[in-house]
Write a protein that binds this ligand. Structure first.
Ligand SMILES: [Zn+2]
Length: 201
């Protein structure tokens, strides 16, 4: 399991008027998500532990280096109804015309889109039970971090940095952590690593 607290370093992410920085809050959320996953027996690798800013490709590489990884990037949104959470999966990409049938790095997500959708819907459903007003299924978007990731991969966006008191966000962390850990555990038995090569088997 690769857990990605988004942004960091010179990139603070979204900022609220109350001085809330997305890059700091996602680290706190990640710590709680990590504990919840570990208590379900998952091994967790984080793309950053502190205020570093690894590149998109560095973050994807952590998942792409292992077979059977699951990737989750955590964000605090600047939009959305405060107290809700949304899951995104990468939008469908045009079919590759590569002659060799190899999937290029920037389309690494393509063979995993069905699995990502399944994982995303599971986690979103669990978030909707805990946070009223959240959507019931995952949404699609062009998410740069997910596109280069060769694993089931979702983005979780928590709303939002506009809250005046960061305690309003902190209160959501245990529910977010539990929804993610429960969703990943439910997803795991259906996860069969797809082949990344095209053509005949
Ligand atoms: Zn973000």
């Amino acid at each position: 399991m690769v857990l990605d607290p988004a942004h960091g370093g010179t990139d603070p992410g979204a900022r609220g008027t109350g001085g809330i920085r997305e890059s700091e809050i996602v680290l706190d959320f990640a710590a709680q998500v990590r504990r919840a996953l570990e208590s379900q027996g998952f091994q967790v690798v984080q793309t950053r532990q502190g205020n570093e800013d690894p590149s998109f490709d560095d973050r994807s590489a952590l998942a792409n280096a292992q077979s059977g990884a699951v990737f989750l990037t955590l964000h605090i949104a600047s939009t959305g109804l405060p107290g809700t959470a949304r899951v995104y999966v990468n939008s469908d990409l045009p079919v590759s015309g590569d002659v060799a049938g190899l999937i290029s790095w920037d389309r690494a997500q393509t063979p995993f889109q069905g699995l990502s959708r399944k994982l995303g819907d599971l986690v979103q459903g669990l978030l909707a039970q805990r946070f009223k007003g959240s959507p019931s299924t995952a949404q699609t978007a062009a998410v740069r971090q997910l596109r280069t990731t060769a694993a089931p991969a979702i983005a979780v966006e928590i709303s939002s940095v506009v809250v005046e008191n960061r305690a309003d966000l902190d209160r959501m962390a245990p529910g977010v952590a539990d929804a993610i850990a429960t969703g990943v555990a439910a997803f795991r038995p259906s996860y069969v690593v797809p082949t990344t090569r095209g053509g005949t088997p």
